[in-house]
Design a protein. Structure first.
Lengths: 559, 328, 326
C-alpha cells in the first residue's frame, strides 16, 4: 500500500509541475503585454454567445448576422445611431431623396470588389433587394413593408420607390441590409436554408478558417478602402459561459469585450491601467402594465408606480450601476439628450417620491388594508404578479428592488420568473398583469423604440400574438404622430412631433421605464488604438452590433 | 452462467425503465413543456425536422401513445436523436461527441485515483487500528464526504486559482490561443486545466472509500483465517494485502460501481463550477437552453455508462468472489 | 453498517450477509426487546459517551435553533436591499453585505429554515416510503418482493442527479415544494434496500416466530414487532435521506433550478456565482453558505457514523492503553 501511495504522490507532483509551467501563462495579469506583443496586428474578441459556432455565415440568418455583416458583408451606408444618425457612405457613394420622400436614389461606388476578386456593381444591389422580396424570410429588417420597387438606372444608380414616405426606414434599408453577390446567390436553390459557410462579400475580412471553437477572420486583400484594415487577423472564440469569457478579458487574452462583468472594477479594470469599459445606453427596460387590467387601466395607479420606484437603486443594485436610471418620457439619455423636452419633464417631475405615490393612490380611492396592501371600496387589492425572464439574473435582482419599492407604498408585486420561452409566449399573448422587458430596437432616434411600444399596428387582442406593443396601448392620435414623423425630413418638425410623443409617455404612462439597457463594451489599449470612446463614439462599440463592429475594426490599428 | 444472465437481465430492465422515463417525462409534466420549446424554434428549423421532433415529444401528433413509443424506441436504437436545438443544425450525436472525451478523461482518471488512494489509505488505517492515522482519518473524512462537490470546487478555485494564482480556473484549455491537436503545448494546457477539477472530485470522493474500506477491513481482520495467518507467523504486510485486503475489497468493488451514479452527479457540478467542457456541463446548458433532444440523449448516455460500469463491476466481483455466484 | 455516504452500499447488501459479517456480531439486534423508553434513554447515554455523536448533535441543535428562531440571532430582513453593497465584516454586518446590499448574516440565518424544512420533510417522507417498501418487500416475499426489489434496485442504479436536473428543468425550476416532491420521489431507494436487508435478516428470529405462533396478524407483527426493532436503522435511514436532501436541493438551487427569490443557502450560492463573488473579493458570500451546508451535512453524517459505532462495537475507536510504569 505504501508503494501505491508513493506512486500516487509522484504522479501528483508531476501533474502539478507540468501544470504550473503551463498555468503561469494565463492566470496572472502581467502577461497581457507579452501575449499581445507577438500578435500586435490581431485582436481577440470576447463575446459570450452561449454555444459553439455552427460555421454558418448567412447574412440573412438572424443568429449569424453578427458574425458576417460588418466583417465580410457591407451595407450601402453606415449610419451611427450613437451620433444622431451621422452617415458614412460605404457601398453607395451618395444618395438623394426625391418626389416627396417617395423615391430614394443611390449612386453605387466604383471600383469595389468582392473578396473573390469579382467586381461589385449596382446590379448586385438590385439583385439583393429583389432576393429578399422574393424570400420574405430573408427580409430581417422588414424593408419591403415600405418599399414598392428597387430598380437599376444607368450603369451605377439604384432607384428605390416607397409605398408611402418612410424616412426612418433609411436606417434599415441603407444601413442594415447586406449586399450579396448575384453571381453566387442566384445559383442557390433555397437561400433561406443556405448556411453560407464560405461567405463572399465586399467587407474588410474573409473567414479563414472557422471551427466550432473559434472563427479566424483574415484581412481581405481586395478591400476597396486602400491600406485597410490595419488589423490583419481577428479571433472570435466561442464561449459557452459568461465566466470563461470574462476570464479571458481579465487576463488579457482577449482585448475587445462585449460582456456583462459583475463588479467590473475589481474583476477587470483593477487588473491593468489599459483596461477600460464604457456602456452607452440604448433602449429602456420597463415595467410593462397590461392595460386591459381593470386596476392598471387607472392612470393614477400607473403614475403611483412610476413615483414609487427608486430607479437609482434599481440601477445600482440590480444592474451594478451599469445601466443608468431611465426617464418616464422614454427618452434615453445621454444618447438622445438632444431630443428631450425639459420643460415637459419638469412639469411632471417623475422621480423617487413614495409620498406622492401614496397621495395618488388615495385620490384614486385606495386605502391601506389590514395587510398593508392598498385596497379600494370595491375590495379590489393592488396585488399583481410580474413576469420576468428567470435566466437574466440582473433582471431578477432588479425586480426584487422594484417589488420592495412598491411594497413600501402598499402595492404588492410577486415576481414570476419564467424561462425565456414561457416568458415570450405569455408576453406576446398578453397573459400577464405586469411584465419586465425591453425592446431591442435601437436606431438613430427615439422613434424606433417608442414606435414599437406605442404604435397600435404592433398590438393584438389578448390571447393573440402582439408583435411589439405588448401592453395593448391603442391611440389613433399617437399612431398619426408616428406616421407624420416617418414622412418628415425637417429636423424641427421631427423634434416637435417627438415632444408630443414624450407628452403622451408622461401623461398616459403606457409603459414605465425603469433603467436604460446598454451596449456592453470593454477594451484593452495596451497594443491597439482607435477604439470607440465616450469622447469619440464613432460606432456602437459592442462586438455584437452589426455592421458597427466592421467600423470599429476599420479604425483599429497597432500602437 | 445463471448469475451472468440475471445481471444482464437486470441491466436490460433498468435500461428499459430509463428509456421509458425519458419518453414519459415531458408528456407527464403539466402543460407539455415541449410545446413551448417547439414553438420557440418554429421559424428556425426545417419543417421536416420540426415534425420529427414533434413526434419525439408527442406534440401536435395524431399518433397514439403506443406508436409514438415504438417510434421513439426505434430512434434510440438507431442512435438517431435528431438535431440539437441549441447547436442547430448539428446533430445531437455529433455535439455529444465533442464533449464526451473531456468527461471521460476527467471523471475516469479522478475516480480511479480516488478509489486507489482511498482504498489504500483505508487498508493502512484499518491495519494500524488505534494508530494516529486511524484516529484522525475517519472524522476528517466523514466531514469531507458531506461537503457539497461544487463547494469544494469553489474553495479550490479561490485558493489555487485566485489567491495563489497557480492554476487556471475555467474551461478545458485556452480557447483563444490554443488549437486542439497532438502538440505538447495543448497537452500541457489541458493538464493544467484539469488539475483543479480533478482535485475537487478526488477530495470529495476519497472519504467514502477510505471509510468503507477501513470498516470492511476491520471486520475482515477479525475473521478466523486472518488469525490463523498471524498464528502461522506470516509477515504483516502479506497478511494485510493477500489475506485481508483481498477479501475486504470485494464489497468495495460493488460499492465502487454503485457509487458511479453519484460520481456522475458530482462531476456535473464540478464541470459547472469550472466551466469544464464535458458532458455534465453540456447537460446543464441543454437544460437551461431548453434543448430537449440534447438533454434526453445526454441522460440516456449517462445512464447507459453507469449501467455498463456496474455490469462490469458485477462480473468482476463474480469472477473474483465465488460466494456471490452461488448465493445470487 | 458502514457509512452510506456517496451511495456506497454496506456489507448488509451482500446477499445473505449480516451486518458485520459475523455470526452473532452485535447488529441492531440485542437492543431489540427493550421497550421504547429504555431504548431512548440508552440512545441518550450512547450519544453522550460517543464523541462523534456529541459533536453531531450539537451542530444539529444549533441549526435547528437557527431555523426555529431566526429572529433572535439575526435582526435584519434577509431580503431587503437595505444597505450599501459589498461591505466587509463589521459589527453591524457580521458577515458583510452582498452585492445587492443585503445583510449576509441575516440571509444565512433565515436561509436555515428553508434548508431544514427540506431536510426534515424529505427525510421523513423518503424514509417513510423506504420503510414501507423495504419492510413490505421483506415480509410479503415472493412476487411482491421480486417486483418491489426490482423497482428499488432500478431506481438505485439510475443516476439520480441527472434525473433530478431533467425533471427540474421540465418543471421550469420551481419553488421549495417542487424540490421536495422531486427529491423525495427519487431518493428513497438506497435506504429501502438497507431496510429490506435488515428486515429479511430478522424474519426468522425467535421473537417473531413466537408472535406468529401466538396467532398475531401479519400487519401487527410488522408494525408492532419488526419496525421497533429496526429503530436505529430507521433513524440512520432518516439521517441519510436528510443529508442527501440537503445536498441535492442546494445543488439544484445553485445551478439555478430553484426559485432565485427564496431565502436559502443554495440560492445564496447561486447569486454569489452570478456575481462572480470569488473573482471580485467577495469570497465570504460563497464560502459561508457552502460551509453551512458542509457542517449540516457533517452533523448528519457524524450522527450516522456514531449510530454505526453504537450498533457495532467492533467499529468503535480503539483507546490506547497507557503502559504502566514499572
Amino acid at each position: 500500500m505504501r508503494r501505491l501511495t508513493a506512486i500516487g504522490a509522484v504522479v501528483a507532483a508531476c501533474l502539478l509541475a507540468a501544470s504550473c509551467s503551463a498555468g503561469k501563462g494565463g492566470s496572472g495579469s502581467n502577461n497581457s503585454s507579452s501575449n499581445n506583443a507577438k500578435t500586435a496586428s490581431s485582436v481577440t474578441i470576447s463575446n459570450e454567445n452561449g454555444a459553439l459556432w455552427t460555421c454558418g455565415f448567412s447574412p440573412f440568418n438572424g443568429s449569424d448576422t453578427l458574425l458576417s455583416v460588418g466583417f465580410v458583408y457591407e451595407t450601402l451606408v453606415y449610419q451611427n445611431a450613437l451620433q444622431s444618425g451621422h452617415t458614412t457612405p460605404m457601398l453607395a457613394s451618395s444618395w438623394k431623396w426625391g418626389n416627396g420622400n417617395k423615391t430614394l436614389t443611390f449612386t453605387i461606388r466604383n471600383g469595389v470588389k468582392f473578396n473573390n476578386g469579382s467586381p461589385m456593381s449596382a446590379k448586385d444591389v438590385v439583385y439583393t433587394f429583389n432576393l429578399i422580396k422574393k424570400f420574405p424570410a430573408l427580409d430581417l429588417t422588414g424593408d419591403w413593408a415600405v418599399l414598392s420597387s428597387v430598380t437599376q438606372s444607368g450603369s451605377n444608380q439604384v432607384v428605390m420607390t416607397f409605398k408611402h414616405p418612410a424616412v426612418p426606414a433609411f436606417y434599415y434599408i441603407a444601413g442594415q441590409t447586406p449586399i450579396v453577390p448575384q453571381a453566387i446567390w442566384s445559383k442557390i436553390s433555397n437561400p433561406v436554408s443556405f448556411s453560407d459557410p464560405n461567405p463572399v462579400g465586399t467587407g474588410p475580412y474573409k473567414v479563414n478558417p472557422c471551427t466550432k471553437q473559434n472563427i479566424t477572420y483574415t484581412a481581405n486583400p481586395n478591400y476597396w478602402q486602400p491600406g485597410l484594415p490595419n488589423i490583419k487577423k481577428v479571433q472570435y472564440p466561442a464561449f459557452t459561459s459568461n465566466n470563461t469569457a470574462n476570464d479571458q478579458l481579465a487576463n488579457g487574452q482577449a482585448q475587445w469585450g462585449s460582456q456583462y462583468i459583475p463588479s467590473i472594477k475589481s474583476f477587470y479594470t483593477a487588473k491593468s491601467p489599459n483596461f477600460h469599459y464604457w456602456f452607452p445606453p440604448t433602449v429602456n427596460v420597463s415595467v410593462v402594465p397590461n392595460l386591459t387590467n381593470p386596476l392598471l387601466k387607472n392612470v393614477k395607479v400607473r403614475q403611483a408606480i412610476s413615483y414609487a420606484i427608486d430607479r437609482e437603486k434599481v440601477s445600482s443594485i440590480g444592474e451594478s450601476g451599469y445601466e443608468p436610471p431611465a426617464n418616464q418620457s422614454g427618452i434615453v439619455t445621454p444618447t438622445f439628450s438632444s431630443w428631450q423636452d425639459h420643460s415637459l419633464a419638469s412639469k411632471y417631475n417623475y422621480g423617487y417620491n413614495p409620498t406622492k405615490a401614496k397621495q395618488l393612490l388615495a385620490s384614486a380611492g385606495f386605502h391601506p388594508g389590514s395587510d398593508g396592501i392598498m385596497v379600494n371600496s370595491k375590495g379590489q387589492k393592488l396585488s399583481f404578479n410580474c413576469i420576468n425572464i428567470g435566466d437574466y439574473s440582473d433582471w431578477v435582482a432588479s425586480m426584487q428592488v422594484v417589488a420592495q419599492n412598491l411594497k413600501a407604498v402598499g402595492i404588492q408585486v410577486t415576481p414570476d420568473n419564467l424561462t425565456n420561452t414561457d416568458f415570450t409566449a405569455a408576453l406576446y399573448a398578453g397573459k400577464f398583469q405586469l411584465a419586465y422587458y425591453d425592446q431591442q430596437t435601437f436606431g438613430p432616434s427615439p422613434y424606433y423604440e417608442l414606435r414599437n411600444w406605442l404604435d397600435s399596428s404592433g398590438t393584438a387582442p389578448i390571447g393573440k400574438t402582439a408583435a411589439t406593443n405588448y401592453e395593448r396601448y391603442i391611440n389613433p392620435a399617437v399612431d398619426k404622430l408616428f406616421t407624420q414623423f416617418a414622412s418628415s425630413t425637417s429636423d424641427s418638425q421631427q423634434h416637435s412631433i417627438m415632444n408630443q410623443i414624450q407628452g403622451v409617455m408622461l401623461s398616459q404612462l403606457p409603459i414605465i421605464p425603469v433603467v436604460q439597457a446598454v451596449d456592453w463594451y470593454q477594451w484593452d489599449d495596451s497594443n491597439l488604438s482607435g477604439w470607440p470612446t465616450p469622447n469619440n463614439p464613432y460606432a456602437q462599440p459592442a462586438a455584437y452590433a452589426y455592421p458597427d463592429q466592421g467600423q470599429v475594426l476599420l479604425h483599429l490599428r497597432a500602437k | 452462467m445463471r448469475f451472468a444472465l440475471r445481471r444482464l437481465g437486470f441491466f436490460v430492465v433498468t435500461l428499459w425503465v430509463a428509456l421509458t422515463l425519458n419518453f414519459l417525462l415531458p408528456r407527464l409534466m403539466p402543460g407539455n413543456p415541449a410545446l413551448a420549446m417547439l414553438a420557440k424554434f418554429h421559424g428556425q428549423i426545417g419543417p421536416g425536422t420540426l415534425h420529427a421532433l414533434e413526434v419525439l415529444f408527442g406534440v401536435n401528433t395524431q399518433q397514439s401513445l403506443w406508436s409514438q413509443y415504438v417510434t421513439y424506441l426505434h430512434h434510440v436504437f438507431t442512435l438517431n436523436f435528431g438535431p440539437s436545438l441549441d447547436f442547430y443544425p448539428e446533430s445531437v450525436t455529433s455535439v455529444i461527441g465533442s464533449a464526451i472525451w473531456w468527461t471521460l478523461g476527467l471523471v475516469g482518471v479522478a475516480t480511479i485515483l480516488a478509489f486507489v488512494l482511498g482504498t489504500g489509505l483505508g487498508i493502512v488505517s484499518a491495519w494500524k487500528r488505534g494508530g494516529r492515522l486511524d484516529s484522525v482519518l475517519p472524522p476528517v473524512f466523514v466531514i469531507t464526504s458531506a461537503i457539497p462537490y461544487f463547494w469544494m470546487g469553489m474553495v479550490l478555485v479561490l485558493i489555487f486559482g485566485f489567491t495563489l494564482g497557480w492554476l487556471p480556473t475555467q474551461g478545458g484549455y485556452y480557447v483563444s490561443t490554443d488549437s486542439p491537436g497532438l502538440n505538447w503545448i495543448f497537452f500541457q494546457d489541458v493538464l493544467s486545466h484539469a488539475v483543479l477539477p480533478a482535485l475537487a472530485l478526488i477530495i470529495t470522493l476519497i472519504g467514502t472509500w477510505i471509510l468503507t474500506m477501513r470498516n470492511t477491513m476491520i471486520t475482515t481482520l477479525a475473521e478466523d483465517y486472518v488469525r490463523m495467518a498471524r498464528a502461522k507467523g506470516l509477515p504483516g504486510r502479506r497478511i494485510m494485502l493477500d489475506y485481508a485486503a483481498r477479501n475486504a475489497i470485494l464489497p468495495n468493488l460493488t460499492g465502487f460501481a454503485m457509487s458511479l451514479g453519484f460520481v456522475v452527479g458530482g462531476a456535473i457540478l464540478i464541470e459547472y463550477v469550472f466551466n469544464y467542457p464535458g458532458v455534465g456541463y453540456m447537460l446543464l446548458q441543454a437544460v437551461q437552453g431548453e434543448d430537449y433532444p440534447l438533454e434526453q440523449a445526454l441522460f440516456l448516455l449517462i445512464t447507459v455508462a453507469v449501467l455498463v460500469a456496474i455490469l462490469i463491476a458485477d462480473i468482476a466481483t463474480a469472477l473474483l468472489d465465488p460466494r456471490t455466484r452461488t448465493s445470487g | 453498517m458502514s457509512l452510506p455516504i456517496s451511495g456506497v452500499p454496506t456489507a448488509v447488501d451482500q446477499p445473505g450477509q449480516l451486518p458485520g459479517a459475523q455470526p452473532g456480531a452485535a447488529g441492531p439486534g440485542p437492543a431489540a426487546r427493550q421497550p421504547t423508553t429504555h431504548a431512548l434513554a440508552r440512545m441518550g447515554r450512547a450519544i453522550r459517551s460517543n464523541r462523534k455523536a456529541t459533536v453531531g448533535t450539537v451542530l444539529l441543535a444549533i441549526f435547528l435553533f437557527a431555523a426555529l428562531f431566526p429572529g433572535l440571532i439575526a435582526k435584519d430582513d434577509p431580503g431587503a436591499d437595505a444597505y450599501q453593497p459589498k461591505l466587509g465584516i463589521s459589527t453591524a454586518h457580521l458577515l458583510g453585505t452582498t452585492a445587492q446590499g443585503q445583510d449576509m448574516w441575516a440571509q444565512l440565518v433565515w436561509g436555515t429554515r428553508n434548508v431544514m424544512i427540506i431536510a426534515f420533510v424529505v427525510g421523513l417522507a423518503a424514509t417513510g416510503i423506504a420503510v414501507l417498501i423495504g419492510v413490505a418487500a421483506a415480509y410479503l416475499g415472493g412476487l411482491w418482493d421480486g417486483s418491489l426489489s426490482l423497482l428499488t434496485d432500478v431506481l438505485l442504479v439510475i443516476p439520480l442527479f441527472p434525473l433530478l436536473i431533467i425533471i427540474a428543468g421540465y418543471a421550469h425550476g420551481g419553488g421549495t415544494l417542487v424540490l421536495i416532491l422531486v427529491i423525495t420521489v427519487t431518493s428513497w431507494s438506497y435506504t429501502a434496500r438497507q431496510l429490506r436487508s435488515q428486515a429479511l435478516s430478522l424474519r426468522h428470529r425467535d421473537f417473531l416466530e413466537a408472535a406468529k405462533v401466538r396467532g398475531e396478524r401479519r400487519l401487527y407483527i410488522i408494525v408492532v414487532e419488526v419496525i421497533p426493532t429496526m429503530t436505529s436503522l430507521i433513524v440512520a435511514a432518516f439521517l441519510t435521506n436528510a443529508l442527501y436532501a440537503v445536498l441535492f436541493a442546494s445543488s439544484l438551487q445553485f445551478i439555478g433550478l430553484g426559485n432565485p427569490n427564496t431565502q436559502s443557502w443554495g440560492t445564496m450560492l447561486y447569486w454569489a456565482e452570478n456575481e462572480a463573488a470569488l473573482q471580485t473579493g467577495q469570497a465570504m458570500w460563497a464560502i459561508a453558505p457552502g460551509l453551512c451546508i458542509a457542517l449540516l451535512g457533517a452533523a448528519f453524517a457524524l450522527l450516522n457514523y456514531a449510530f454505526d459505532e453504537i450498533g457495532n462495537p467492533a467499529l468503535r475507536p480503539v483507546r490506547r492503553r497507557r503502559r504502566k510504569r514499572a
